[in-house]
Design a binder for this molecule. Structure first.
Ligand SMILES: *Cc1c(COP(=O)(O)O)cnc(C)c1O
Length: 406
């Protein structure tokens, strides 16, 4: 009889926060002491530092990633009557952001092997009304900047990156957020850089876009009680900015850890390709920041995805599905006129994908336990590896990310 397995959570943020708890507390205390809760010092500093980390000049903190997309597109001059191209397989916030700008969303399918937007399909979808493309750097992997820029130059399109899952990702010499006119980031707690609550940012290389955003997020007022835009209230709290500013210097290291873990999964799952478990294909040459580690449970697998997932749950392994229903099939958006069969790759992927536990601090033993659990469920013998020095996470349950954040 083996001992009962330790639960491996899908995400556990304690590994990030515990070592720098004193610094974070200090940063929070400073904001409280200065009392500049709204548009305060720490926000200005963090905006500058984060934009610099992306390699571009301006950052404008907003309330969340969804607002970053909606307000960011608006600040780029995109709105009613404009068509905006986006992938069907993304988190629904991409779609909500596009729709809130007033523009008409035009979905396209994805590449089956990477789950990234298919840029050939995007080119086919361009009409005289197309003004922008919103590539989503899904799971931490960038959509090819070279190909995006070719497309944008040929058809005179604005590129607005959804980089909510791709903080500091790189490809072809570009950093996420530095390819287009502007880009949106989210600081939702479980993102690669996460706040203690909601947060977001638009980064841009254009001063006029930055100015417009500062107005839009602050009731449309470039100065107090003088309203030039139909804006809203969407500011990144100074407290959240202070937390994020404290965490930012560690982001590179955390992304490195995510890569190390993904590499382990790649190596250990390699023998399972014959059993129909296929990790998503990754770009050559690094630069992926693995917000998520996603495998496809294909038709060649003896278990269906949902059966594998519930089997893993029973063995104490928490997993996720990102995302189980593509945007175009969500009940709220049926009026857009798409239906089942519109985007075969996105639809097939939604049935096959499974996200495995991945977070900075996930131990080798835990990774092995995840892989062994999959093997057990597929009727294969578990790998034997004398790894004992690196114990599985035993963080207290209260420290584990709340279920609602998965
Ligand atoms: C998280 C996320 C968003 C939205 O960010 P919020 O801060 O939750 O509003 C947008 N797009 C993608 C791809 C995301 O993963």
């Amino acid at each position: 009889m083996t001992s009962s397995p330790v639960v491996i959570p899908f995400v556990d943020l304690q590994f990030q926060h515990q070592p720098i708890q004193d610094q974070i507390n200090q940063a929070i205390q400073t904001v409280i002491h200065q009392g500049d809760y709204v548009l305060g010092n720490a926000l200005k500093e963090f905006e500058l530092e984060f934009a610099q980390a992306c390699g571009i000049p301006y950052g404008i903190g907003v309330a969340c990633g969804t607002d970053a997309i909606a307000l960011g597109l608006q600040a780029c001059g995109i709105g009613k009557g404009d068509e905006v191209i986006l992938p069907a397989n993304t988190f629904v916030a991409t779609l909500i952001g596009v729709m809130r700008s007033g523009a008409t969303p035009i979905f396209v399918d994805c590449e089956p092997k990477t789950a990234l937007i298919d840029l050939d399909a995007a080119e086919q979808a361009i009409t005289p009304k197309t003004r922008a493309i919103v590539p989503v750097h899904l799971y931490g992997q960038m959509v090819s900047p070279r190909r995006l820029l070719e497309l944008a130059n040929t058809y005179n399109l604005v590129i607005f990156e959804d980089a909510a899952q791709a903080h500091l990702a790189e490809r072809e010499g570009y950093r996420a957020g530095s390819v287009g006119t502007a880009a949106a980031f989210s600081f939702y707690p479980s993102k690669n850089l996460g706040a203690f609550g909601d947060g977001g940012m638009v980064v841009t290389r254009e001063e006029i876009v930055a100015q417009t955003l500062r107005s839009l997020r602050n009731y449309g007022a470039p100065r107090k009680y003088f309203h030039t835009d139909y804006g809203t209230n969407s500011r990144l709290d100074t407290l959240q900015a202070a937390v994020l500013k404290t965490k930012l210097p560690y982001l590179h290291e955390w992304n490195g850890d995510r890569n190390r873990i993904a590499q382990q999964y790649n190596d250990r799952l390699q023998p399972l390709t014959r059993q129909g478990i296929i990790p998503l294909e990754n770009q050559i040459g690094g630069g992926h920041v693995y917000h998520l580690y996603v495998v496809r449970v294909t038709a060649a697998c003896s278990l269906e995805r949902d059966a594998l997932q519930s089997g893993l749950t029973d063995l104490g392994i928490q997993t996720g599905i990102h995302y189980p229903i593509p945007c175009h099939l969500q009940p709220a958006f049926q009026s857009l006129g798409y239906g089942e069969g519109s985007f075969p790759h996105a639809e097939a992927l939604s049935q096959e994908i499974l996200s495995l536990p991945l977070y900075p601090g996930l131990s080798d033993v835990a990774i092995q336990q995840v892989v062994n659990s999959i093997k057990t469920l597929l009727g294969l013998s578990p790998e034997k590896n004398p790894l004992h020095s690196n114990p599985v996470s035993t963080a207290p349950r209260s420290a584990v990310l709340h279920q609602s954040l998965l």
